[in-house]
Design a protein around this ligand. Sequence first.
Ligand code: ACM
Length: 533
Amino acid sequence: MKRLIYLFAILITGIAHSQEINIIPKPVEVKAGKGDFILSEKTSILLYNDSNKQSADFFNDYLEKYYGIQLRIVANAKENFILLNNINENRTTEHPEGYQLKVNKNSVDITGQSEAGTFRGVQTLIQLLPVNQQPENGNQQLKIPFVTITDYPRFPYRGMHLDVSRHFFPVDYIKKYIDFLALHKMNYFHWHLTDDQGWRIEIKKYPKLTEIGAWRDGTIIGKYPGTGNDGIRYGGYYTQEQIKAIVKYAADRYITIVPEIDMPGHDMAALAAYPQLGTRPDSVYKVAQTWGIFGKFNNVLSPTEYAIHFMEDVLNEVMQLFPSKYIHIGGDEVSKIWWHNSTFCLQLMKEKGMKDEHELQSYFIQRIEKFVNSKGRTIIGWDEILEGGLAPNAVVMSWRGEKGGIAAAKQNHNVIMTPDNPLYFNRSQLQKDDSLTAGGYNPIENVYTYDPVSKELNTAQAKYILGAQGNLWTEYITNPRKVEYMIFPRISALSEVVWSKKEDRNWNDFKKRMACQFKRYDLWKINYCKNSY
Ligand code: ACM
């Protein structure tokens, strides 16, 4: 009788229905079976060796946080185990982030093409867990439906960007942001670390960059040009020790951080600290308190030997902190007027036979590229680096629409697509938003239906499109909850754009799967935009 009551109790309180299969981004192939694997405290994670320990830890942390369960990691198991395994790293494979996931009665088996592939497979497993169950002192049983999934990404670059200059976000939140990327199978975090409004990375050789450049004496109130200035000192920066910890945190999630040091424009914070970098070294430069670049307002670096070597020193420390093959050096929105009015610049242009300031910008970028290449790294620059001639090995990040990216691909340069429409997530996702957002309307459906490979490219040129990225500029995003409000749910749409096969994308099917994803957001306690479609 006791047993019967117990069974009955399980039936009514317990494990209800197993999760419908609603994976985002949509996998390449899903074959559903009949029945469920039961995950409970008795389940173990089987690792044959030390590889995939990060995946096991990530999964365990997730279970602990959302279901109150911790699994043992074992080297041998006969039943009720989750095997995390990968094919030999040395085997060359077309899809290193691919994986196969099989769920049957006895086991869940995730085999990645590499460790990264296993990790991506764990994200799928997470989405097979029930979304309605609350932690109940670890006594739970989680049903995982029988299924066989074969999966790999469409693009090798799947990114999200975050501007920490306009507003600063603490270390713990950067980690949380990286987790959001991981949960969406993204593999690049573009960290916009410097800009006019604040320098956010400690550089040992030039301490004033953060002593002075990380702080502004006020911020405009409201939308540009603002209704006044709050007069409140604002700032912050990441120490090199903090950055090392964040780089490791990302690497444990098979995410590469691409640091951006913006030059030769967007450098008022650097100029405030080291005025000798500017075209008017005797000026008093100030860390910017307003938004935008607005013509004469924001001075830029002068392309002197001093400034070039200064930035090389900065990049030298940056490259020691960030193992990324790609180093972003900005290159956007350089107010050429300062160079046009500088005797030094006019003289330099004459000496080098340059016909305009665009060529001078190319000269600056190419000098920096040479240095970065000499360390075995590759530069990424915003699409302005096309003007005046592309640096030989540069990757172009297309933001003023797609035309820069298309032009670069036609010149056989790698490209990352991040067109402001629809991939600037600082723009509103509602026709009418209660909170302040940057101009423009980028609804989720436009994100979902975006294709990074323009029809203007032929098959050979299309190969230069490495992928795409969502950008989050933070002029009007002052706190973590607003970050979430702006990126969710568009990040889920973007993840499918960059991961799933083009022919498998379907807006109505996506919306159906999103119903489940919204419950997952609730489980994660995300402040997402609730009525975005
Ligand atoms: C940019 O939005 N200035 C890259």
